[in-house]
Ligand binder design. Structure first.
Ligand code: URP
Ligand code: ZN
Ligand code: ZN
Length: 471
């Protein structure tokens, strides 16, 4: 077993920072040592990583990604190989993707198929949530089985996308009741898809077909209404823990905040796109350019106060997690499916590589502390989804480490830093402070000196326990 010492850095956790050396033994963290004390304990490392002037933080945990997701008549452009490699380039050492059950499919079979797809392909560790799109007796039984035997302890449902992933309130309630029994966490795509489809049809009939109408037909009221409804259903189902995904709107955040003040088990995440991108500057770009930023929930207006409120929500823990909802589609042959009809543009954008960079910029901008960066991007997603050995640097934890250089800069763009399988970057031209310096996945250096030294197949499936805030 190789012994590695990360020396001279500032170790940052969710609760503080201190000068310390990190000792890695094989795949695990062995000790956090006072600086320079390894020799005094008789330790002779095989490798020393010099972290002087740098931050040493847990590897990022991106709890919401979609590799090779069949969606909108095509398949998201990153597969487990390219997407998990891009994650590593971004300091992310664990991703949670989804197995997907739609109408007529068997839950257990969809999970087995997803294992087949990912097995041997990943560069960093991975886990799965299960999408439930067809609630019936068999799928309810399968949900319990997944929690008890498969290490899949969270279920995503959709109030949006009728005819694809959508479930009505009765189905959602049944699934929530099941999760309440097993201890699982329910994740919700909270948008009123039935009402959205009416607005979409009306928009197209008027000739309003450009990408920006994707957002105008998904107003914040239909996000907050669905968020409210999901919260009420979760309460009826025995206060089952509920996690609202990809939150984009102030009103929806208010619903979450109110529920939290009432003592309900409601959590939420947002994503970098809702903090940095807008209708005006991105989705409404001339011609078909805006298609790059079609995702759901949609980008909001910069003239309202959504991004300001979302940053506040992250500071105040109303929003517990930043994930990316990484779901990239190329312009060519993919986004182009929606030329002349925004409703045919596959929904999603890529960002798994840039979350640590973009949220660190929030630290630089004074939107959150360094510790909160670690908490929202590493520690809380691990605890939220029962990844017991991830998200912290402490003895016994997996040796997933990001050495971060706060004195360097990162230029994001297709000809700059870009390792995702997309023909464009959602953050083209962004120049942010800080840089991924060294990335270690279960004791193995995977990124160092601007070079990729990891390997396909190194990443292993991780079974998850229950949400560690409730159980
Ligand atoms: O636009 C998005 N978010 N695409 C991925 C599927 C989903 O709803 O998360
Ligand atoms: Zn969603
Ligand atoms: Zn998603």
């Amino acid at each position: 077993m190789a012994i590695t010492l990360i020396s001279g850095g500032t170790v940052v956790s969710a609760i503080g920072r201190r000068e310390a050396d990190v000792l890695i033994d094989g795949e695990s963290i062995a000790a956090i040592l006072a600086p320079g004390h390894a020799a005094a304990y008789g330790i002779t490392p095989d490798e020393v990583i010099d972290a002087a002037g740098k931050y040493v933080v847990p590897g990022g945990v991106d709890a919401h990604v979609h590799m090779s997701l069949p969606f909108g008549g095509t398949v998201s452009a990153d597969d487990f190989d390219t997407g998990s490699r891009a994650a590593a380039w971004g300091g992310v050492t664990t991703i949670i993707d989804f197995a997907s059950q739609t109408v007529g499919l068997d839950v257990r079979e969809t999970l087995a198929a997803r294992h087949e797809e990912a097995n041997g392909e990943c560069h960093v560790d991975y886990a799965f949530h299960q999408i439930i799109g067809d609630v019936n007796e068999t799928s309810l039984e399968a949900m319990t089985h997944l929690v008890e035997h498969e290490g899949v302890t969270s279920f995503k449902m959709f109030m949006a996308y009728p005819g694809v992933f959508y479930s009505d309130d009765g189905k959602i309630l049944q699934a929530m009741q099941n999760a309440s029994e097993s201890g699982a966490l329910m994740m919700m795509h909270a948008e009123n898809g039935i009402a959205i489809d009416v607005l979409v049809a009306q928009s197209l009939a008027r000739g309003d077909t450009d990408p920006k109408y994707h957002s105008y037909t998904r107003p914040e009221e239909l996000e907050s209404e669905a968020t409210h409804r999901a919260i009420k259903l979760a309460r009826v189902a025995g206060n089952v823990p509920l996690y609202i995904v990809h939150m984009s709107a102030s009103e929806a955040l208010e619903e979450v905040s109110r529920a939290q003040h009432m003592g309900l088990n409601v959590f939420a995440e947002t994503c970098p796109q809702y903090l940095y991108l807008s209708i005006e500057d991105h989705l409404a770009q001339p011609g078909f350019e805006g298609a790059k930023w079609v995702c759901s929930t949609p980008l909001r207006s910069k003239h309202e106060h959504h991004s300001r409120d979302l940053w506040k929500g992250l500071r105040m823990n109303e929003l517990a997690v930043v994930s990316t909802d990484h779901c990239p589609f190329c312009m060519k042959d993919q986004k182009e499916l929606g030329i002349g009809d925004f409703s045919k543009i596959p929904n999603g954008m890529g960002g798994v590589e840039h979350r640590m960079e973009l949220i660190y910029q929030g630290v630089v901008m004074g939107e959150m502390t360094l510790e909160r960066w670690v908490e929202t991007c590493c520690t809380t997603p691990a605890r939220m989804f029962g990844l017991e050995k991830k998200g912290v640097l402490e003895p016994g934890a997996d040796a997933d480490v990001l050495v971060w250089d706060p004195n360097a800069k990162t230029k994001i763009g297709i000809d700059d830093k870009h390792h995702m399988a997309m023909d464009h970057s959602s953050y083209e031209g962004f120049e942010v402070d800080g840089k991924v310096d060294t990335v270690i996945s279960r004791g193995r250096v995977v990124v160092a000196n601007d070079t990729y030294v990891g390997a396909k197949g190194h990443g292993k499936f991780v079974k998850r326990s229950l949400n560690q805030y409730i159980h």
